[in-house]
Design a protein around this ligand. Sequence first.
Ligand SMILES: NC(=O)c1ccc[n+]([C@@H]2O[C@H](COP(=O)([O-])OP(=O)(O)OC[C@H]3O[C@@H](n4cnc5c(N)ncnc54)[C@H](O)[C@@H]3O)[C@@H](O)[C@H]2O)c1
Length: 386
Amino acid sequence: MEQINIYSADEVISRIYVEDDIEGLEDCLEEYRHVFAVMDQAVAMQCPAVTQIAEVFNRRGVPGKLIEASEERKNMETVMEICEWLLDNGADRDALVLAIGGGITTDMAGFAASVYKRGVRFAYVPTTLLSQVDAAIGGKTGVNFDNYKNMLGVIRQPEFTYICPQVLESLPHRDFCSGAAEMLKTFVIEDEGNYEEAVRVLFEMEKEYRIVPEEDAAEYWCDCVCAHAVELTPLIAAAARVKAGVVSRDQFERGERRKLNLGHTFAHAIETLARREAMTGDAEVGKTDITHGEAVAMGMVLAARLADRVFHGDMDTPTALEERISADLTDCGLTPQCPFEIEEMAQAMHKDKKAEGGKVHFVLPRAVGDVAVKDLSVEEVIMLLK
Ligand SMILES: NC(=O)c1ccc[n+]([C@@H]2O[C@H](COP(=O)([O-])OP(=O)(O)OC[C@H]3O[C@@H](n4cnc5c(N)ncnc54)[C@H](O)[C@@H]3O)[C@@H](O)[C@H]2O)c1
């Protein structure tokens, strides 16, 4: 089992385990007497490794709560339901809330654990690629509020995050690709070698997947993930190591951690517009139903374009970097072209929770593996990207 630590000064504040199979989770739970499992109901039903662990919990009398993991249900109401369930089941200050699911589940259960009885301990078993490389690491928890993403939340570290790529075998292709976007984002920030290796492996998987007839695609994808697990595991561990390192140096996002938001100001605006569009009833195809990872992919391409215009003043031709990132994301199964005009995104960007004094910290890639943070007003960005 590989262990990656997150530190505050010299103290380990959170542990990340990367393990080939799910069995090792039981050992990690040994020191916790009162475990309360919060699970994504879809994962509990579809993921064989999670079903296996749920059976162990049943035998051991670990209370379990199933939740619906959707952005619509990622709200205070669900957090309060989790708190109520903890209270009804006698969870005291000694409790460990174990969240099993993707980023929606870990964000909500982590937040519920952080406010229940002024904070009890929690741990994660991330079941999406996105949560294994990003959401379940670093302690950001929260829910959507007033149609804005993750507006309410706290930063508080899980006891541990148990990453087991085996659980990805049931993850649908689209959600896998979403996670691939966050993985590539991490490597664009600081690891060119693993960026290239990730693009190679993901492109290989995508090529194999594309030639399979549609009716066999879901089953084939499961086999494809299993077949490539040996190559995926070190990449997931490498991305986790990058994020753990950044968080150790800047837990509360006062400086370096901002880099992890590469593409995210654009992505959050895209997600907000997509949700609004979905509510209008006459929504255009491609403008609704955009996952977080898909929005991050679009955001990264916009960030590369913005970087070029900020650093080189080139207003017309896409740069080699923008083209490279865009082509790589496409090869990895994503559609990185943003369906909204930059002007439409302005209002949502103004509301970005990272905005300070009218400026937003934009993360600008200079090359793969090298990014800079620059404070720009939304107006400046619109002017540059129009
Ligand atoms: N806290 C952070 O630092 C952080 C970072 C990035 C993203 N996030 C948040 O994470 C969320 C997105 O997370 P996500 O992409 O992991 O999505 P998710 O939790 O919505 O899961 C995506 C879909 O996959 C299903 N699923 C999950 N695991 C599965 C499995 N193993 N088998 C079958 N189906 C499975 C879920 O039921 C859901 O339908 C967003 O709300 C985003 O804001 C948080």
